[in-house]
Write a protein that binds this ligand. Structure first.
Ligand SMILES: C[S@@+](CC[C@H](N)C(=O)[O-])C[C@H]1O[C@@H](n2cnc3c(N)ncnc32)[C@H](O)[C@@H]1O
Ligand SMILES: Nc1nc2[nH]cc(C(=O)O)c2c(=O)[nH]1
Ligand code: SF4
Ligand SMILES: [Mg+2]
Length: 218
C-alpha cells in the first residue's frame, strides 16, 4: 500500500467524532450549575462540539459543528478538572450523546468525580452517569432509553403548547424524576408568568431559571 492508500484507510477512523478517548471540545469552564436540580452547585463544565438537533432558539449554536472544535484527549480533560477544587462535572454541548461518553465518564469516575449530563436524549445513551438531565426537543425526538434513565426532565417552554408536550414526556420518565419547566431565554418575560401559574396548579413541576445568565457568569 502507498502512503496515500494508508491515509485513506485510516481517515474514516480519525475523523469519527465519536471515538471516545478523544473528543471535540468547544469550551470548558469551572462555574456554578445554573439550571435545574443542581442549581447553585459548583461544577466543571465540558462542552462537546457537535449537534444535529437544530433547536431554532438554541443558545449555543456555535457548538453545532463538531469539526470546528479541537479534539482533546480524555486524560487531559480529567487533568483540567482536577486542577479545580470541585468534583462535579457537567458534560454538555452540543449534544454530548453524539459521542461515546464511556471513556470520559469512566476516567472521571476513576478520578473521584461525579458525572452529570445535559442531553436532548436524541442519541443512544453512552457513559455512566450520576445525574442525567434530559431536555427533550420537538426538533428531534428523544429516545425511550434516555428518557428511562432521566433523573431530571427539563422542558424549555417557548409557547403555551409546550405544557401539554411537557406532560407527554413526563409520562415517559421514571416516577422519581424531578420535573422542571424552563423559560426559553428570549421569551422569558412573556412565558414565565404562564410557567408560574402552571407550577402553582401542577405542583409536581418546578420552575428552572437559567440563573447563570442573571448572575452574568459562564
Ligand atoms: C445548550 S443545551 C446542550 C445540551 C443538550 N444538547 C440539550 O439540549 O439538552 C443545554 C441546556 O440549555 C437549554 N437551552 C438551550 N437553549 C436555551 C434557551 N434559548 N433558553 C432556555 N434554555 C435553553 C437546553 O434545553 C438544555 O437543557
Ligand atoms: N452555569 C451554567 N449552567 C448551565 N447548566 C446547563 C448549561 C448548558 O449549557 O448545558 C449551563 C451553562 O452553560 N452554564
Ligand atoms: S439539542 Fe441542545 S445543543 Fe442541540 S440545538 Fe438543541 S439546545 Fe442546542
Ligand atoms: Mg447553557
Amino acid at each position: 500500500m502507498s502512503a496515500v492508500t494508508d491515509l485513506l484507510a485510516v481517515l474514516p477512523i480519525i475523523s469519527q467524532p465519536t471515538a471516545g478517548a478523544v473528543l471535540p471540545v468547544m469550551e470548558q469552564f469551572y462555574t456554578i450549575q445554573g439550571e435545574g436540580f443542581n442549581t447553585g452547585r459548583a461544577a466543571y463544565f465540558i462542552r462537546l462540539g457537535g449537534c444535529d438537533v437544530g433547536c431554532v432558539w438554541c443558545d449555543v449554536k456555535e457548538s453545532w459543528d463538531a469539526d470546528a472544535h479541537p479534539r482533546q484527549a480524555v486524560a487531559d480533560l480529567v487533568a483540567a478538572v482536577l486542577a479545580h477544587p470541585g468534583r462535579n462535572v457537567v458534560v454538555t454541548g452540543g449534544e454530548p450523546l453524539m459521542h461515546d461518553c464511556g471513556p470520559l465518564t469512566a476516567a472521571l469516575r476513576a478520578a473521584g468525580c461525579q458525572t452529570w449530563i445535559e442531553t436532548s436524549g436524541a442519541h443512544p445513551l453512552s457513559g455512566t452517569w450520576d445525574w442525567v438531565c434530559v431536555s427533550p426537543k420537538k426538533f428531534k425526538a428523544p429516545r425511550p432509553e434516555v428518557l428511562a434513565a432521566a433523573h431530571e426532565l427539563k422542558v424549555v417552554v417557548f409557547n403555551a403548547s409546550d405544557f401539554a408536550w411537557a406532560e407527554a414526556h413526563a409520562a415517559q420518565v421514571p416516577p422519581t424524576a424531578r420535573l422542571y419547566l424552563q423559560p426559553e431565554w428570549s421569551r422569558a418575560a412573556g412565558v414565565t408568568p404562564a410557567i408560574i401559574e402552571y407550577v402553582k396548579a401542577n405542583p409536581r413541576w418546578q420552575v428552572s431559571l437559567q440563573t447563570h445568565k442573571y448572575l452574568d457568569i459562564p
